[in-house]
Design a protein around this ligand. Structure first.
Ligand code: KG4
Ligand code: ZN
Length: 337
């Protein structure tokens, strides 16, 4: 079964073709980062308009490069949520309409299910069940994954998502948007012994996350120091250490609670080098395994949506003819495959 996947939930237009037997046949991504950089964050209306102008040319490009035409497609998967409603509607309307015109089924995919299944596209995919740490600009989630669609949310962010905290702290330090990767690069030049930031919510039981206080801690440290380049790097280092340590503590707790031996890390912050080092050590100590998607599939992409949609279409699941966009949507509402 050959599935066209479409991702437009935020500021990246992603398109991919996934085939159950031949694997990933092609994919392309258009990032709107430059468009939003001047505003210091994503402007929803600009994001929607840009998806409108980029999506169909991107689909044509992926078809041309893979030597595939619409007539070969057996189903369409589009991201229906969570995300920005205007942006979601662009992919949903295009995906649903293409499926109707080709006479094939369409399926609405949960963006976070896409992220947590992304490592399935790699050469050595994880086996179910596993623990997933989903860390992106919009989410910090710990999920017990029994199989496709079998999700129990163990921990969630009660305020800023981890990527959002990276981005906001980067802004405090005068780095340009999106600040996460820039802050991580700067942290490498920082002195690890200079500042110690708190590890939020690790002194009490539970698996929820709270990162907004760390951003304030960084702001207060920054305004109270000499504001040299070294100060900036030292604060970046202390912030990153605190975030990474907090996530490692919560992962260890969740693994102990569930008895799971495999950890999947996905979402944009999953590209963070320090986080990978720490979780690598943790899983080695526990005799378990940690799996990541390749870096380009950590951040938003069409391939993960095509894959997740393929799992559901293959199982006979599909939408009605309506165009579905669900900006707020819990993983636990999904139907198991
Ligand atoms: O998954 P993603 O592409 O988009 C969302 O669905 O949100 O994640 C983007 C987020 C941004 O907040 C970005 O700053 C963060 O991931 N990010 C990083 C790194 N690379 C991307 N944060 C820390 N370290 C990185 N290396
Ligand atoms: Zn995402």
């Amino acid at each position: 079964m050959l599935v066209l996947g479409i991702e437009t939930s935020c500021d990246e237009t992603g398109v991919a073709l996934y085939d159950g037997e031949r694997g990933l046949l092609g994919h392309a991504l258009y990032s709107q980062v430059e468009l939003h950089a001047q505003y210091g964050g994503v402007v929803p209306e600009l994001a929607s308009r840009d998806h409108v102008s980029r999506l169909l040319p991107l689909i044509s490009q992926v078809f041309d490069k893979s030597g595939i035409s619409g007539a070969d497609v057996d189903g369409v998967a589009y991201t229906a949520g969570p995300g920005l409603v205007g942006a979601l509607l662009v992919g949903a309307a295009a995906g649903r309409s293409l499926a109707w015109s080709w006479g094939v089924p369409a399926v609405a995919v949960h963006h976070m299910e896409g992220h947590l299944l992304a490592p399935m596209l790699e050469a050595e995919p994880p086996d179910f069940p596993f623990l997933a740490l989903l860390v992106s600009g919009g989410h910090s989630l710990l999920v017990e994954v029994q199989g496709v669609g079998g999700y129990r949310v163990l921990g969630d962010s009660i305020d800023d998502a981890v990527g959002e905290a990276f981005d906001k702290t980067a802004t405090v330090l005068g780095l340009s948007y999106p600040g996460g990767p820039a802050l991580a690069a700067l942290a490498r030049e920082g002195d690890p012994g200079r500042y110690h930031f708190p590890r939020p919510m690790t002194d009490r039981p539970g698996l929820d996350f709270s990162f907004s206080g760390l951003k304030t801690f960084a702001l207060n440290t920054w305004t109270g120091c000499g504001q040299t380049q070294q100060d900036r790097a030292d604060i970046a280092r202390a912030f990153e250490e605190a975030v990474v340590d907090t996530m490692a503590i919560k992962c260890r707790r969740a693994l102990e609670q569930t008895g799971l031996a495999t950890l999947v890390v996905a979402g944009g912050v999953g590209a963070n080098r320090r986080l990978r080092e720490r979780l690598g050590v943790l899983m080695e100590q526990r005799g378990g395994r940690v799996c990541y998607p390749r870096p380009e599939f950590c951040t938003d992409n069409g391939a993960m949506i095509a894959y997740a949609g393929h799992c559901r279409l293959q199982a006979g699941q599909a939408e009605s003819l309506s165009i579905r966009a669900t900006p707020r949507w819990s993983l636990e509402e999904l139907v198991p495959v």
